[in-house]
Design a protein. Structure first.
Length: 471
């Protein structure tokens, strides 16, 4: 048994013969009903109903306008005691919210605002033929019209406030017409690439990191904020000022979009390294001697804040960098597309241990060739049929001519991974990982890797070959 939600109405769904209507699903219409009902003690639930007695002609479309407080003011018909009178039209409407007081409007409930709406009267006197009585009709503008006027003014105020915020806060609108600005703020090469990325993420169902949904800024600006954090390594407080939001909202946006980007760009597109046959389709000329090359491997280190825990200090201390670092294994294809990035390990872990633990060897097949630095002493770990090519060690006072040629050839191939790693580190968030981000460092690095792949290729040789064929 459900009781009518309207105040002072005692109608029950089972006791009375009137119909009962649920609240509209449309947010605008639902708010309109709530304001008309003037129920201040509580908000309607999904089970709340309003009986048809409050609707003109019992029609749901008319909205609830008939209540105890206004039933006596609906219509008033009085016979005129005078003779012929001229036409007279008088209408009095008071402003709901004056423009002078916009700045001082308190954040009261909408129910209180609609309660304060003045009644609008229209008095109409129509002359009749001599000797006849002229009805005088006095009636109030319906509550639905009052609410409609209120909503129009409210929407105007909201639009004005949004316009003010847009004029003082940073947004995608400020940079969308400049590829150089897009690159400076996000690291992406152009607005076209940015919009492609946004289109890829637009329909993703975001699970906000802190549990509450962000609605104060648009999704496209949330993506922009995340990319700015990665590219420029701005403080949360700085981003909060730029986007006119609080720093907690910045953190919620950043972690939410970081994991969403990581899921879509890295896990989806970089879960497996490309095959040898795919590599051969775009093999640069400097790999003519390494046509079976599947991947070029190298490790790089990222500085991190010294942990407070002594054991973690010892684990992250790098004897090579003489600082606390995190180490990661990176792999690129011969055309310099980054095809692999491991999780991040403490800086003291050796390259060999990372290769063994990260699982890259499980993706290799017989006949594959790995090119790496001389520090990668992993020949004994390779699957059967997989080959390793590293620069020769100096076992004599000087290299033989053959060893010099071999060293130079490998160096020409290995320079591609060095360039790729430099590109990844253009994302300044990787310049120094703070303690608050160490637990997210793998996702941060791998997301930066995926974003780096959205750039134009570093090697132009393949493009030049196509031009030669056209000639």
């Amino acid at each position: 048994m459900v009781m009518c939600f309207a105040p002072d109405c005692k109608h029950y769904s089972e006791k009375h013969g009137c119909r009962f209507f649920v609240f509209p699903k449309d947010t605008h219409e639902k708010k309109k009903w709530i304001l008309l009902l003037r129920r201040k003690d509580r908000e309607p639930s999904m089970h709340s109903l309003v009986c048809s007695c409050h609707f003109k002609d019992g029609d749901r479309k008319n909205g609830p306008t008939i209540f105890e407080h206004n039933i006596s003011k609906r219509f008033e018909d009085q016979p005129s005691t005078s003779g012929t009178k001229p036409k007279k039209l008088k209408k009095q409407l008071h402003e709901v919210v004056s423009t002078e007081d916009k700045q001082n409007v308190e954040d009261n409930s909408e129910a209180q605002a609609i309660e304060a709406l003045p009644e609008a009267e229209m008095m109409l006197e129509i002359p009749a033929e001599e000797g006849s009585t002229t009805p005088k009709v006095t009636f109030n503008v319906s509550a639905s019209t009052e609410a409609e006027n209120y909503f129009l003014r409210k929407e105007l105020l909201e639009a004005t406030e949004k316009l003010k915020k847009l004029s003082v806060s940073f947004s995608f609108e400020h940079i969308k017409n400049s590829d150089s600005r897009i690159n400076a703020y996000t690291g992406l090469p152009s607005c076209e690439i940015f919009m492609c990325l946004y289109g890829l993420m637009e329909d993703i169902s975001l699970k906000y990191y802190h549990g509450w949904t962000v609605t104060v800024i648009s999704k496209i600006d949330q993506l922009l904020l995340t990319l700015m954090k990665l590219k420029l390594n701005l403080l949360n407080e700085d981003l909060a000022v730029r986007f006119n939001i609080c720093s907690k909202t910045v953190a919620n946006i950043f972690f939410t979009w970081l994991y969403a980007l990581h899921e879509v760009l890295f896990k989806k597109f970089m879960d497996k390294i490309p095959s040898r046959n795919k590599n051969k389709l775009c093999m640069p000329t400097c790999f003519n001697n390494f046509t079976n090359c599947r991947i070029i491997l190298d490790c790089t280190e990222i500085y991190c804040i010294q942990p407070k825990n002594m054991e973690k200090q010892r684990a992250t201390y790098s004897s090579y960098k003489h600082r606390n670092t995190l180490k990661v294994l990176v792999g690129v294809a011969p055309n310099e597309v980054i095809t692999y990035a491991s999780e991040l390990y403490p800086g003291s872990v050796s390259d060999k241990k990372i290769v063994r633990h990260c699982g890259i060897l499980d993706q290799l097949e017989a006949g594959d060739l790995i090119i790496a630095d001389k520090g990668f002493l992993i020949k004994d770990m390779l699957p059967q049929g997989v080959h390793l090519n590293i620069p020769p060690f100096l076992s004599t006072p000087q290299f033989t001519p053959e060893q010099v040629i071999q060293t130079r050839t490998i160096a020409r191939a290995r320079i591609h991974i060095e360039r790729a790693i430099r590109r990844i580190k253009h994302y300044r968030i990787l310049s120094l990982i703070p303690a608050s981000l160490i637990s997210h460092s793998t996702e941060i690095f791998q997301t930066c890797v995926a974003l780096t792949n959205l750039h134009c290729p570093l090697i132009r040789e393949v493009e030049d070959l196509y031009k030669e064929k056209d000639l």
